[in-house]
Ligand binder design. Structure first.
Ligand code: URP
Ligand code: ZN
Ligand code: ZN
Ligand code: ZN
Length: 473
């Protein structure tokens, strides 16, 4: 039987292998790997190119309901288009529960936001901000069984933060149900106290956002999260790790045999606190934890190379700069505590890691694939449907020109944000073609696919979330 698509003459790389072979695609799945495959209805010549699994961006925020007056710039349409044009074929954004809201209602609302808009496949994490009796006893266990098998918890932000007792209850639930817990680790009271001190001294410019969240507040919360995970005996994943002090805690945990997974993001590799020090323009790089300094960037690179990090995500949190619902709330330059947190980066996530990591010899190609696609798919129960090029996997593939030189300009990106923190950056390597389930959606600088073709992915129970000890009956 004929193939629908054959990708010919490329170099195929997975998290473990590099193969000179063609890829035969049928019915949206990888059907055959080999040399000299018979003709496909569509032929793609990948000579001189890398044929890689499409990326899995396992931490991004799209059309997430915000507090009064703020709005995210990207919905499922613009966000998934932007992702696809940067080589990503699966996104996992967050269905966020507001305090007092039913968790199921939050998930159902988020489905309505995605429905008919996504152009690539998507799963949901949940954000649990209100672990009420009903959430713990009914809603969350049921939702895990329905394919929402990961949730994020916050140790900071007034509207989201949980206390240690609440965290323990949720970790115990995750252990029983087999879910993966993602932890935003920063000490809320330290940040609140420092913010007040800074405000009393009149220090409210965007750069003081970094002063208000020094590394020790991340270090302390990271250690506390590790201790809570150890107490309950359930693995957790620490998201958006920014530098040395948190990394040292994670390394300590690994030395003690604890299964603590870690994620980092492009902003901690190529941005620094200096990017916040540009008058009010610094608001563009206000995110939490804040970018640190060059020495810390090196620590993060070392962690990517050594295997300390399992997942590399964008943490795309899109707010326009010139926007009363974005970085200038109400149209004004506000004290840093009122600047919505986050940087955009869905489309630049993989090109930055490819250029600065693979291109500069800091990580190899297999590690790149593991960090951007395979391991996030495993971490959240989507493997092997997503995250690799193997017989039977979805044909989610990015064909990279490893020599393509790109100067990053916001105009060329497909998000709906009016800036990129990476403006002017010189990168080498970019995906020239992206296929989602065998369908070309991005080729030679053109995006072309039906809006709404993306499918919701129920997730399996993630293998990395399994506790070490046998769960007592
Ligand atoms: O500043 C950030 N990271 N904003 C996005 C929300 C989060 O905590 O990941
Ligand atoms: Zn976070
Ligand atoms: Zn400026
Ligand atoms: Zn985030």
């Amino acid at each position: 039987e004929q193939f629908d698509v054959v990708i010919r003459n490329g170099t195929v790389a997975t998290a473990s292998d590099i193969m000179q072979c063609d890829v035969g695609i049928r019915d949206g799945k990888v059907a055959m790997l080999g040399r000299g495959l018979p003709a496909g209805k569509e032929e793609i010549d990948a000579a001189g190119k890398l044929v890689l699994p499409g990326g899995v961006d396992a931490h991004c925020h799209l059309d997430q309901p915000m507090e009064e007056g703020l709005k995210m710039a990207d919905d499922f349409r613009s966000g998934t288009i932007s992702a696809a044009c940067g080589g990503t074929t699966t996104v996992i954004p967050f269905a966020a529960q507001a305090k007092g809201q039913s968790l199921r209602a939050a998930v159902e609302d988020y489905h309505r936001r995605a429905e008919g808009k996504a152009v690539i496949d998507y799963a949901f994490h949940m954000i649990v901000s209100d672990p009420s009796e009903k959430v713990l006893k009914e809603e969350l266990p049921q939702l895990v069984r329905e394919g929402y098998t990961s949730f994020k918890i916050y140790m900071t932000y007034d509207d989201l933060k949980l206390n240690d007792r609440q965290i323990l209850d949720l970790l115990a639930l995750a252990r029983r149900e087999g879910a993966m817990v993602m932890v935003h680790a920063e000490n809320a009271d330290c940040i609140g106290w420092l913010t007040e001190q800074l405000e009393e001294a009149g220090l409210t410019a965007p750069k003081y956002h970094a002063t208000s969240r020094p590394m020790l507040v991340e270090r302390e919360a990271t250690h506390r999260a590790i201790a809570l995970s150890e107490l309950v005996d359930v693995p957790i994943l620490i998201v958006h790790v920014s530098g040395k002090e948190a990394i040292e805690q994670i390394r300590w945990a690994h030395g003690h045999g604890l299964r603590i997974y870690a994620e980092t993001c492009p902003q901690y590799l190529v941005l620094s606190e200096d990017n916040l020090d540009d008058g009010y323009h610094g608001a563009k790089c206000v995110c939490s934890p804040p970018p640190r300094d060059r020495a810390n960037q090196q620590y993060v690179w070392d962690g990517l190379a050594s295997g300390l990090f399992t997942v590399f995500s964008s943490d795309h949190a899109p707010f326009r700069y010139e926007d009363p619902q974005g970085k200038k709330p109400g149209g004004k330059e506000v004290p840093f505590r009122y600047i919505p947190n986050g940087t955009p980066g869905l489309e630049t996530r993989m090109p930055i890691l490819f250029s600065e990591g693979v291109g500069k010899g800091r990580i190899d190609l297999n590690r790149f694939v593991a960090l951007t696609a395979t391991d996030p798919a495993k971490m959240y129960g989507l493997y092997p449907r997503k995250g690799t090029i193997a017989i039977g996997s979805d044909a989610d593939i990015a064909i990279w020109d490893p020599h393509k030189e790109v100067v990053v300009r916001n105009e060329m990106l497909h998000h709906d944000v009016d800036y990129t923190p990476y403006e002017g950056m010189h990168l080498t390597g970019w995906p020239v073609t992206t296929l989602s389930r065998g369908e070309v959606v991005w080729r030679d600088g053109n995006f072309d696919a039906a809006i709404g073709r993306g499918q919701f992915l129920p997730c399996g129970l993630p293998d990395p979330a399994r506790p070490r000890k046998v769960i007592p009956a």
